[in-house]
Design a protein around this ligand. Structure first.
Ligand code: HDE
Length: 658
């Protein structure tokens, strides 16, 4: 061990004192250095998206089909493997808040391309709460804990958020997403990502094409349920972070397909909304998502602070072939992200931090500042110069145009005005589209979410004002919420346009794999290991993870227990296998465990030895309950199909005491 100056030290447990029981000496440079460094360990957390988890990966384009639209090589050269770093996050909570809260998730990707760093700083929902960047401080102040008592943490269920919503109906479409199960993803590995804004691709001729970016997880898009979320927060506040970390450690690398929706410039005004309005989607049925490449996350960071905390994303980090549009939200972000890093990472040299460093070479006359790590060798730091041969030299001077960023040539003229475009005025149609596209269980979850949230609002008039908006989205939605709150259903609603976009429903997402799903196998001393082994083999053979939960650690009935039963909870698993041989049927903790899994829609399977426990739990037979009469290969197949279905919301849980 050494000091920061490289001096070897013999003792770091006792400070230097005058005599055995005397005062500490000022000359104890080791003590002073150690404690001063400790005092300065914290940097300001991100003002939003403070809690996150990161991973390194690689992106590769499938083919060169985007070459006609963009000169961005990483998108259209299939031989290029582009390193990436992704940071997933919640938005409202502090750095130490729980992962599983009702919130938007950030999905920010840094592509270290040979043409420079490109940051796609997206979310897991395709729209946003506001249309203009100037409203962002208001929105964030409203959703964050209230100013007088800093309550509640990481929650939108409070007066200031809903007051903002009722006064800013532009937020309603996003609020529908926030009230849906999209806001409580099962895993960062099982959620979509969206660039949200309309961006622009630019090709070699300088022609622009509007583009929306989409990430689709290969494992499908899956969510938790609200009651479960509340319990996960206590059982494992790091639920999503741990899940990502463990999957990568195990080699089950998360994969996401990048897709684009392309709109020719000539079609800019063909939609019944404005492409520059970030509160709108382009329905996939109108403009299909075209898969262009895949990202695989295959490496965990070495050090959370150095990498995940210090990574600095910026919407204005773009590369040749990609450009902005005049979306006023995007324009606002292009200011904010650089500005925020300057305070967060203390000065202008944060691009030199390893996780932020481009792989493309950097040459310019930017100099000095706090934390400068480069030792610039040039005798000049201005341009143009004659002393250094004119270097670093711009393309315009050298005539070498290959790979140079050229701004998209867009003609702009108009008066300086502070006014929202009338084309941004419709705040209800797409909220209705979202509602119409939901399956019955998704609709139930949305109504329940509104009830929970508005149930936590103290001011009655705010609830009434929100209802007065919901009636313009859909009558049944407004009725469900109003009835639950014991308030009148407002009159004068807008007729539902009846349009749907099936791609919006998670019920329509593929559910065909059990890879990386966690199954709790309940065993006791009475378990017949020979009954368990083939089922465990079949499940792990398909990439699932079986954890043996037993009344004690060590070997139980010839099986190695992964966890002592009472240190685990059903909410940490995707499915349960009852294999206790009858030994746990009288154990109330275990009975509750099984009922709770059932209540949350999970697959529950009983081997013949699990019959007594299944009976003790008194679950109604039906979807997702397998065995104990089905055995052998049929049992395994049924159980696998039940887990792959993710959740069984078509079962009756009204009488389940869990
Ligand atoms: Fe952000 N946002 N944002 N945001 N945002 C930040 O930048 C901001 C918006 C998003 O993992 C901050 O480095 C403004 C939309 C993600 O490090 C800050 C506006 C979308 C992350 C900031 C928006 C996002 C951030 C805080 C309205 C989805 C986390 C710390 C004009 C497309 C990135 C930081 C990470 C972070 C500002 C709106 C996504 C303050 C002003 C829309 C994923 O700069």
């Amino acid at each position: 061990m050494t000091t920061d100056q490289g001096v070897r030290i013999d003792d770091t447990d006792n400070s230097l004192s005058a005599g055995e029981r005397g005062p500490t000496l000022l000359e104890d440079f080791h003590f002073r250095e150690k404690v001063t460094r400790f005092d300065h360990e914290r940097i300001p957390e991100r003002v939003v998206h403070a809690r996150g988890a990161g991973a390194y990966g690689k992106f590769q384009a499938y083919d060169d089909s985007l070459a006609e639209y963009t000169v961005a090589q990483f998108l259209c050269d299939p031989s290029l493997v582009t390193p990436t770093f992704v940071r997933f996050s919640t938005v409202a909570g502090s750095r130490g808040s729980a992962d599983t809260v009702r919130d938007v998730r950030g999905f920010a990707t840094k592509f270290y391309t040979h043409q420079g760093n490109y940051d796609l700083v997206g979310n897991n929902m395709p729209v946003f709460f506001i249309q203009d960047g100037i409203k962002f401080p208001d929105f964030v102040h409203a959703v964050k804990p209230e100013p007088h008592n800093e309550i509640p943490q990481a929650q939108s269920a409070h007066d200031t958020f809903w007051d903002f919503v009722q006064l800013q109906p532009e937020s309603l479409h996003m609020v529908m997403w926030l009230m849906s199960d999209r806001a409580i993803p099962r895993s960062f590995r099982m959620m979509q990502g969206f660039g949200v804004h309309t961006f622009r691709l630019v090709n070699a001729e300088g022609r622009g094409t509007f583009v929306k970016f989409h990430w689709k997880p290969v494992l499908g898009t899956h969510s938790l349920v609200w009651d479960e979320v509340l319990r996960v927060q206590g059982n494992d506040p790091d639920f999503n972070r741990r899940d990502l970390w463990e999957a990568i450690e195990r080699g089950a690398y998360p994969e996401y397909e990048l897709g684009v929706q392309l709109v020719p410039e000539a079609d800019e005004h063909k939609f019944d909304f404005d492409l520059l309005d970030a509160t709108k989607i382009i329905p996939e049925e109108e403009v299909p998502v075209r898969p262009v490449g895949k990202m695989v996350l295959d490496r965990n960071p070495e050090n959370f602070f150095a990498e995940t905390e210090q990574v600095a994303f910026h919407t204005a980090n773009i590369v040749p072939g990609i450009d902005f549009t005049n979306d006023p939200l995007l324009q606002g972000r292009n200011f904010s992200y650089l500005d925020t890093q300057l305070i967060r990472l203390a000065g202008p040299n944060f691009p030199q931090i390893p996780v932020n460093r481009p792989i493309a070479p950097v040459h310019n006359d930017q100099r000095d500042g706090y934390h400068q790590h480069m030792i610039h060798q040039s005798r000049t730091s201005y341009s143009v110069n004659s002393i250094s041969g004119g270097c670093p030299i711009t393309a315009a001077k050298s005539g070498e145009w290959d790979g140079v960023f050229r701004h998209y040539q867009e003609r702009v003229d108009g008066n300086k005005i502070r006014k929202r475009s009338p084309s941004f005025e419709d705040h209800y149609s797409q909220a209705t589209l979202f509602w119409n596209s939901m399956s019955p269980w998704e609709k139930q979850h949305i109504v329940a979410a509104f009830l929970f949230e508005l149930g936590h609002v103290e001011r009655r008039y705010i609830k009434e004002k929100v209802l007065a908006h919901l009636i313009h989205i859909d009558q049944t939605l407004a009725e469900g919420v109003a009835n639950g709150l014991g308030l009148d259903v407002p009159s004068g609603g807008t007729a539902n346009h009846g349009k749907m976009s099936p791609a919006l429903s998670q019920a329509n997402a593929p559910r065909d794999s059990i890879a990386t799903r966690k199954i709790a196998v309940l065993v006791s001393d009475d378990t017949a290991a020979s009954e368990v082994e083939p089922v465990r083999g079949a499940l792990t053979g398909q990439g699932a993870i079986c954890e043996i939960l037993a009344p004690r650690e060590g070997t139980v009935a010839g099986l190695t227990a992964d966890r002592q039963l009472t240190t685990a909870s059903s909410v940490l698993y995707d499915a349960v296998l009852l294999a206790d041989g009858g030994g746990l049927a009288a154990n109330a903790y275990t009975v509750h465990f099984v009922r709770e899994a059932f209540k949350h829609g999970k697959a529950v399977a009983a081997l013949p030895g699990g019959r007594a426990l299944l009976e003790a739990a008194a679950l109604s037979p039906g979807p997702g309950v397998v065995g104990p009469d089905t055995t052998g290969g049929a049992f395994e197949q049924e159980f696998i199909a039940a887990i792959a279905a993710h959740r069984h919301f078509d079962r009756d849980i009204s009488g389940v005491p869990a």
